[in-house]
Design a protein around this ligand. Structure first.
Ligand SMILES: Nc1nc2c(c(=O)[nH]1)N[C@H]1C(S)=C(S)[C@@H](COP(=O)(O)O)O[C@H]1N2
Ligand SMILES: [Mo]
Length: 566
């Protein structure tokens, strides 16, 4: 969707552009360039909104990547749709680039384009220097109507913000709809400053998307130590990393119903609470999504098994801080966390957990300011991140700006319209999401980290040694690792190599295991499967077939590798 600049919007896009070009120093705390540009963007939006109903619709339908107006983008990004599109594409289109004017094509200004905002007149959009006619696309694609709802604003900022979609392939497809050159194309985009000051990352990380940065730990490094080094720990951002002005940094705590105090804490204030260490794994809901995508395409980053890590997190207990703010137990309430990274609508990344979890000392929820005994790095949430052991990564909000006690879950896109699981037949829309349950504690899972799929062993060997991790959400202990080298005819007990010694219900850290799998005689290949069993005797599904879901979350199926026998 980020591609689509539906026409009636050109008017607005001027204003927005101007605003984005203006720098607004020291407007807000924390002073980050994103905040200032987005907030003024926001104000601008407020003033224009009144005149145009569709405008606010757009914002609603966008609300982050994944719903409403995002449909075109998804269709373009989704591989099978993509192939279909390539076939549908007009034959005469030679591959050009949105970055260049194309000779022999007419030139249009925004007024020309504005005349083409209905199926009758044709639906034109602009992106960079190109003008595209997507009428056919809208007519023939489910969700096309939603694209129409998007009419009403410029989406250049979205495109800039969600650069993971900015793949050459997507641009290529868009180019097949090219009908002209856009004379009002902006030459430079100031919003790219958003990305100017991103942290440097360890080159050994496997980059799944650069902007925002999404990178996972390679298997060998992940398996080589019980504690994952901070610089090798997977990075999962939805937005640019904010720049935080520590002089003005304060964590705000308040209750929506006005009970309790509204307090502001500096980092130093938070450090005055008793320091609590938690050794815990953190895992993204999309970990191992790429295996799900092999069954059928999913919408998300193609993570291998490395969107997980195990670290020592230290900070103040959230319970202590909430109690200092006068928060009283209430089973119906939620703790909403807001980050400082803002989306294109100016809303922060946010998520929530039940207040009962936060106030239960045995759940070890902390406001972490250290990771592996050092201040948390920017990529992992400096200065403070919420850390909710045993839960999905998405709830562990980084760059924590405020905490609100509410009768409602966080209103953020990532709480309401993402990070929920559905059955394989549902391609969730906003209504499904509203009914769905937010992922909190994760199910039991395991993965093989060595050898790698496709590695070879000698037939002279008797065994192949297999190593990996296992983990279960909600503090459940891994009690068994089961492996098979003959598709389940015989099972072998894995050996637990490293595991925490926490009391029952507080096994937040992962378990490292190893196993020796016999090499079958007279065969060219052995397929190895692993499943873990947790202290609730829950275990993993055999394959992804019946747990597959459009977003590709919660893949906890058996991990399987094939090893060649030479
Ligand atoms: N503020 C903020 N917090 C966030 C995110 C984010 O994009 N912004 N991503 C979440 C997700 S989906 C995951 S999996 C974890 C990743 O944490 P890490 O980058 O430290 O590994 O952070 C969570 N907290
Ligand atoms: Mo995640």
């Amino acid at each position: 969707m980020s591609l689509v600049k539906i026409i009636r919007t050109q008017r607005n896009s001027y204003g927005i552009r101007n605003v984005l070009n203006r720098s607004c120093p020291a407007l807000v705390t924390p002073s980050i360039s994103l905040v200032s540009s987005i907030r003024s963007f926001h104000r601008q939006r407020g003033s224009q909104q009144s005149g145009d109903g569709n405008f606010s619709m757009f914002w609603k339908s966008f609300a982050g990547v994944g719903i409403g107006g995002a449909t075109l983008f998804y269709a373009l990004e989704n591989s099978h749709e993509r192939n279909a599109l390539m076939k549908e594409a007009p034959k005469n289109s030679k591959i050009t680039s949105p970055d260049r004017f194309v000779d022999n094509l007419p030139t249009y200004g925004y007024e020309d384009i504005a005349k083409h905002s209905t199926s009758e007149n044709g639906i034109w959009v602009t992106y960079k220097k190109g003008v595209y006619d997507i009428t056919e696309f809208v007519a023939t694609h489910p969700g096309g109507q939603q694209i129409m709802e998007a009419a009403g604003t410029s989406v250049d900022p979205f495109w800039d913000l969600y650069q993971q979609h900015n793949s050459p392939e997507v641009e290529k497809i868009l180019e097949t709809f090219r009908i002209g050159n856009y004379k009002d194309a902006r030459e430079s985009d100031n919003i790219s400053d958003l990305w100017a000051n991103q942290p440097k990352r360890d080159p050994r990380l496997i980059m799944r998307s650069e902007r925002p940065c999404n990178a996972e730990t390679p298997n060998d490094l992940l398996g080589s130590s019980y504690i994952t080094q901070s610089n090798l720990f997977y990075v999962r951002h939805h937005l640019p990393v904010p720049e935080i002005d520590m002089e003005n940094y304060k964590l705000k705590i308040s209750s929506e119903d006005g009970t309790g105090k509204t307090l502001e804490f500096t980092l130093e204030d938070i450090k005055k609470f008793p320091k609590h260490d938690v050794t815990a794994a953190l895992m993204c809901a999309g970990n191992r999504r790429s295996q799900m995508s092999k069954h059928k395409a999913t919408k998300g980053l193609e993570w291998g098994p490395g969107a997980v890590g195990n670290a020592v997190w230290s900070g103040a207990r959230l319970k202590d801080v909430l109690e200092a703010a006068g928060v009283k137990p209430d089973d119906a309430k939620q703790v909403q966390f807001n980050g400082m990274d803002l989306d294109a609508t100016g809303k922060p990344y946010g998520a929530s957990i039940p207040l009962t979890t936060a106030l239960d000392e045995k759940k070890d929820v902390i406001l972490a300011y250290e990771m592996n005994n050092h201040p948390i790095s920017r990529d992992h949430g400096y200065p403070i991140r919420a850390f909710v052991p045993g839960s999905v990564g998405a709830r562990c909000v980084k760059w924590l700006n405020s905490i609100t006690i509410s009768s409602e879950e966080s209103l953020s896109h990532w709480q309401r319209l993402d990070y929920k699981g559905f059955n394989p037949s549902i391609d969730p829309n906003a209504k499904d999401y509203a009914k769905g349950t937010a992922i909190q504690y994760l199910p039991v899972t395991s993965a093989i980290l060595s050898p790698s799929n496709g590695d070879a062993v000698s037939k002279k060997e008797e065994y192949v040694t297999v190593k990996g991790y296992a983990w279960s959400g909600g503090g459940q202990k891994i009690i068994r690792i089961d492996l098979t080298g003959d598709e389940g005819k015989t099972w072998i007990d894995g050996t637990i190599e490293q595991q925490d010694k926490m009391p029952a219900g507080r096994h937040w850290a992962w378990t490292l295991w190893s196993a020796k799998i016999p090499i079958p005689k007279g065969k060219k290949e052995v397929e190895i499967w692993v499943k873990a069993v947790d202290s609730n005797y829950n275990t993993q599904p055999e394959n992804v077939d019946n747990i597959w879901n459009t977003r590709g979350v919660l893949n906890n199926s058996y991990d399987k590798i094939k090893i060649k026998i030479n």
